[in-house]
Design a protein around this ligand. Structure first.
Ligand SMILES: *[C@@H]1O[C@H](CO)[C@@H](O)[C@H](O)[C@H]1NC(C)=O
Ligand SMILES: *[C@@H]1O[C@H](CO)[C@@H](O)[C@H](O)[C@H]1NC(C)=O
Ligand SMILES: *[C@@H]1O[C@H](CO)[C@@H](O)[C@H](O)[C@H]1NC(C)=O
Ligand SMILES: *[C@@H]1O[C@H](CO)[C@@H](O)[C@H](O)[C@H]1NC(C)=O
Ligand SMILES: *[C@@H]1O[C@H](CO)[C@@H](O)[C@H](O)[C@H]1NC(C)=O
Length: 531
């Protein structure tokens, strides 16, 4: 039986027996939903053994490697795949699609960056090119996004694949589509970070915000200050070496994903989160330290932007230090600790602004709220008041009225979990849903899902993050009119969850359901268990 039909029958049985119907997944629908598509009922057949990508115009290693990657994703068991059932065709069959013409119109770029061009076009058996398949893009990033879409159009049909005739024109609604992981509260192995980057690419997310260090542990291995990880990491093996970082940055970049490290200073609350207080802003040696550290960090993370943190600074520690009290009275700011914080951040920003790499930066919203003088190209990261949309919308209004770029995370703290279907609220949150002018709306460059690590390590990172982050990904990519209805998204999200599971990722279920293709060799697993 065709998988879709099987699901329908089981769903109907569920209704007949009086249970809640199962979600009926779509077949061959793309997640996140393309901006414009015109699928038809006619289809072509792709035979894995004869199919190839024909690259014309420009190419480079990023494209070549992506094509190899996507062949594996599309045809996971090329060697073994032999179905005992013959594949089917009917009146809608329009021939074999033996290659996809991959047309990259301009020269490759080496690294993804803020505002890169990600648009692409796909044509399968279109009226102007019957019987052919095209993927066209101006930039290498568009090619990557288009390959992901193409891979999602394939529907298994015994040992071959169907791909419907269609025309797709696609581009992101927001240019910054991020995911934050926290490797301080729990260490995450490099392999899990790379798995996350693969999943990000499969959801067209393009910015990995790496909250790499914090009070809890300091896994970043510095050449300039080796003592930081020697004393700060959980153990000598719970660290990220220069080589680890380079391999993660490269892995992300090849998938069109920027890697933005966060070195959060002056530092967080001593209680209840951590043990140590914020950096002493009155000690000049600390600024020399920061200059040297950030010089090193910016050579390891080549993206133009750094995340400077700046959230939740506790003043209790500063209050307990008599040197700081003296310093403040000399400046006539006795008691005004946010002034002191402002002074610290101003100095930090000056240091970062004068690095040879001329970096830009993101900061958590407190830095803006406290009135620190930040550079014009600063991205203000709004994260507070997730449960009070009125307040974070007001913040969007304020930040954009002041002329700053901003990204929203308040409603996308995925680390807060609950029993029940929790993705609807993520889907209903829209970064443009505030009162502001067109110019203000344009300053909202996107958003970011955050996964803080208090209760997350390698055992549950993937399942807790996905497919919940997929919901945020569609919200940030697709047209706002497409993402109005959770009901309409549900069957596509269900298909996408099954797709990711089928690709080998332990992504959690959305609701009672089953994935037709999710068949494990239970007997073999049982046999491998010890008696
Ligand atoms: C593809 O075509 C089939 C008929 O051949 C149709 O049932 C199905 O809905 C189409 N899929 C999409 C995604 O349009
Ligand atoms: C690849 O595409 C080009 C341009 O359309 C065409 O001339 C060439 O024959 C194609 N190569 C193959 C192997 O099909
Ligand atoms: C205060 O400053 C003195 C002199 O620089 C230094 O020895 C002392 O450790 C400082 N105290 C604190 C709490 O930082
Ligand atoms: C602090 O205030 C005193 C008295 O008003 C003034 O003489 C002094 O210059 C001020 N110092 C600073 C650093 O502003
Ligand atoms: C989004 O969809 C609406 C309704 O179809 C359309 O009017 C609008 O132009 C689309 N936006 C973009 C950027 O394509």
């Amino acid at each position: 039986m065709h998988p879709a039909l099987l699901v329908t029958v089981v769903g109907l049985i569920g209704v007949v027996l009086g249970g809640t119907p199962l979600v009926n997944p779509t077949v061959g629908k793309v997640w996140p939903c393309p901006q414009a598509e015109a699928p038809e009922d006619t289809y072509m057949i792709i035979r894995p053994h004869t199919f190839f990508f024909n690259v014309t115009r420009n190419t480079c290693a990023i494209v070549d490697e992506a094509l190899l990657r996507y062949k594996k994703i599309m045809f996971p068991s090329l060697a073994a795949k032999k179905s005992k059932y013959p594949w089917r065709k009917d009146d809608n069959f329009r021939g074999y699609l033996d290659n996809l013409q991959v047309v990259l119109l301009t020269k490759c770029e080496e690294r993804p960056y803020q505002g890169m061009d990600e648009q692409y076009e796909i044509k399968i058996n279109s009226p102007d090119a019957p019987g052919e398949g095209f993927l066209l893009a101006q930039s290498v990033w568009g090619i990557l996004r288009g390959l992901e879409t193409f891979s999602q159009l394939l529907v298994p049909n015994a040992a071959v694949y169907n791909v419907n005739s269609t025309q797709i024109r696609d581009f992101p609604r927001f240019s910054y589509r991020g995911l934050m992981l926290d490797t301080s509260r729990h260490y995450l192995p490099v392999s899990k970070i790379k798995e996350t980057l693969d999943l990000m690419a499969m959801n067209k997310l393009n910015a990995f915000h790496w909250h790499i260090v914090d009070d809890q542990s300091f896994p970043y291995v510095s050449s300039a200050y080796p003592g930081l990880s020697e004393q700060g990491a959980y153990s000598p093996s719970h660290v990220y070496t220069e080589g680890d970082i380079a391999s993660i940055v490269t892995y992300g970049n090849k998938r069109g994903i920027r890697v933005l490290p966060e070195f959060d200073t002056p530092g967080r609350d001593g209680e209840p989160d951590g043990t140590y207080g914020p950096i002493d802003p009155t000690n000049d040696a600390n600024y020399n330290f920061l200059k040297t550290l950030f010089e090193e960090v910016t050579t390891r993370f080549p993206d133009h932007y750094l995340h400077l943190g700046g959230d939740e600074v506790s003043f209790d520690c500063w209050k307990s230090n008599p040197n700081i009290t003296t310093f403040m009275s000399q400046l006539n700011i006795t008691g005004d600790y946010s002034k002191l914080e402002e002074l610290y951040i101003s100095k930090l920003i000056e240091i970062v602004g004068n690095l040879p790499t001329k970096n830009g930066y993101l900061v958590w919203q407190e830095v803006f709220d406290n009135g620190v003088n930040i550079a014009d190209d600063t991205v203000v990261h709004i994260w507070k008041n997730g449960n009070t949309p009125l307040i974070f919308k007001e913040e969007l209004k304020k930040v954009t009225a002041a002329g700053y770029n901003t990204i929203l995370s308040s409603c996308w703290y995925l680390n807060y979990i609950s029993y029940g279907v929790d993705w609807h609220k993520y889907y209903q949150c829209d970064p443009h849903d505030f009162k502001g002018t067109e110019a203000q709306k344009r300053l909202v460059i996107g958003g970011e899902a955050c996964m803080w690590g208090e209760y997350v390590d390698r055992t549950n990172l993937i399942s807790r993050t996905w497919p919940r982050a997929s919901v945020v990904a569609e919200k940030l990519w697709s047209n706002a009119t497409i993402t109005l209805s959770t009901d309409q998204a549900t069957p596509r999200l269900e298909e996408h969850r099954c797709r990711l599971l089928g690709r080998g990722y332990d992504v959690e279920p959305l609701w009672q359901s089953f994935c037709a293709a999710d068949v494990i060799d239970d007997e073999e697993i049982q046999n491998s268990l010890e008696l």
